[in-house]
Write a protein that binds this ligand. Structure first.
Ligand SMILES: Cc1cc2nc3c(=O)[nH]c(=O)nc-3n(C[C@H](O)[C@H](O)[C@H](O)COP(=O)(O)OP(=O)(O)OC[C@H]3O[C@@H](n4cnc5c(N)ncnc54)[C@H](O)[C@@H]3O)c2cc1C
Length: 412
């Protein structure tokens, strides 16, 4: 059944769609959301606390995206709504934010729900009509090229402009199931093949299930593709042990490049230079001849279970003292602590990926307005675009900035 005519229809009520609705005024706007609830994915961001941005200035912020093309594409959106302006936007709309020591920003109440409530409230203040359980299944443009018809299962709506904010394909249970890509294709857009990004890895013969949930701060990790002796990247960051492999920022942020069969050398202690760490460990063992290795390892910050596993793997016991260590075993222990080898058995899939790499091909979109270069009045914001950022507030900020730029362009 054909329903009313709108100035703008926003398809997708996630971070980008809601931020757009919260920033568009003076237009007759309909927001269609496929699931029963707006902002479902937003609710689980940042472990339910929503790391909505960070304290980076625009040029350092843009270094945290997939490649230079993505950074270049995002620049006008980020200059139009910087991380600082985002902070001011939320605070001036009644949501105080807290900056953590690592530069990440969260609502001070630490509840993602407060972000969703605020955006919903602003959208309704702007008189945006929001419909849930309204999954869009097709999108057409009339022959004169002036209006779009948006089809849900039971209804049809028309608008002069349509904004696609349907997200990527990760965590499909939140509603972002990739159906937006099909809608874009219906109007002739091309899609860069989607793949899971910001994703954990499983490890071959993983021995650390018992310490799942524990992490190492500032681990130094070198990555090698199978068969290569030259590393393809070296990175430092927090590392998390999972039940079958590794996660944490240092893995997630490199997961775009990680492939099955890759080898990694991982420091099990905080490390900025592997040689210095090795030298420090040699000295530590030499200076503590009477001490049990087990005690020494724990003193250095290695958790008890991991210390036990490491000693066990070298056929040592918790009673072994430093003086009892042969030269060979000392070398092996230091190697494990400074460059523990792991081999990637697989990368997790879309069900566990925080974002989707790939999406609407960027050369088909005007980066200054987010309008399609193929169809006037057709816009894209958020993760549906071929952009993917690191973990740490980059992806939500990109969703907010692209939404704000599109809102400004539509209102002009
Ligand atoms: C577990 C997890 C934690 C995360 N934590 C953070 C974090 O702390 N900080 C950060 O910056 N990023 C984080 N992210 C990434 C961030 O959530 C996304 O990048 C962001 O939500 C993308 O916004 P979006 O609006 O483009 O898409 P989404 O938020 O995915 O919203 C898309 C919406 O469109 C709807 N939709 C899809 N298809 C249709 C259709 N055909 N018809 C109607 N509606 C449709 C969906 O139901 C959904 O509501 C996290 C992601 C995950 C999975």
């Amino acid at each position: 059944m054909m329903k009313g005519m709108y100035d703008v229809i926003i398809i997708g009520g996630g971070a980008a769609g809601l931020f757009l609705a919260a920033n568009i005024t003076g237009k007759n706007v309909l927001l269609l959301e496929g699931t029963p609830r707006l902002g479902k994915k937003l609710l689980i961001t940042g472990g339910g606390m929503c790391n909505l941005t960070n304290n980076k200035d625009t040029s350092s912020f843009l270094k945290h995206f997939g490649n230079k093309t993505q950074a270049n594409f995002l620049k006008p959106a980020l200059l139009n709504l910087t991380t600082r302006q985002t902070r001011l936007w939320f605070e001036s709309h009644g949501l105080p934010l807290t900056e953590r020591d690592d530069g990440k920003l969260f609502p001070s109440c630490m509840r993602a729900e407060a972000v969703v409530d605020l955006l919903k409230g602003e959208a309704s203040r702007n008189k945006v009509e929001a419909k849930t359980n309204a999954k869009v299944i097709s999108l057409t443009k009339d022959e004169q090229g002036e209006t779009y018809t948006v089809h849900t299962e039971h209804e049809q709506f028309q608008a002069k402009a349509v904004v696609l904010t349907t997200g990527g394909m990760s965590y499909p249970a939140t509603g972002s199931d990739g159906s937006g890509f099909a809608l874009a294709k219906m109007l002739g857009h091309s899609i860069v093949s989607p793949s899971p990004a910001l994703v954990a890895i499983s490890v071959t013969g993983y021995p650390y299930t018992s310490i799942a949930g524990n992490s190492i701060r500032e681990s130094l990790v070198e990555f090698f593709h199978a068969g290569d002796t030259k590393r393809y990247t070296l990175s430092t960051g927090d590392l998390l042990f999972t039940h079958d492999g590794l996660s944490g920022p240092v893995i997630l942020n490199n997961s775009r490049e990680i492939r099955k069969g890759d080898r990694m050398k991982v420091s099990l202690l905080p490390c900025s230079n592997r040689e210095t760490l090795r030298d420090d460990l040699v000295e530590l063992v030499a200076n503590n001849p009477k001490k049990q290795l087990y005690t020494l390892l724990k003193q250095e910050g290695i958790i008890a279970h991991l210390a036990e596993r490491l000693l066990e793997s070298l056929s040592l016991t918790t009673q072994t003292t430093c003086a009892n260590l042969t030269k060979e075993k000392r070398k092996d222990l230091i190697e494990l602590l400074s460059a523990h080898p792991f081999t990637v058995s697989s990368k997790k899939g879309f069900n566990a990926a925080m974002v989707t790499a790939g999406g609407i091909s960027l050369p088909e979109v005007d980066r200054k307005t987010l309008e399609s270069k193929i169809h006037k009045g057709f816009y894209f914001c958020g993760e549906i675009l071929d952009i993917d950022g690191d973990t740490g507030g980059y992806n939500l900020q990109a969703a907010f900035s692209t939404a704000k730029l599109a809102a400004d362009a539509i209102m002009k």
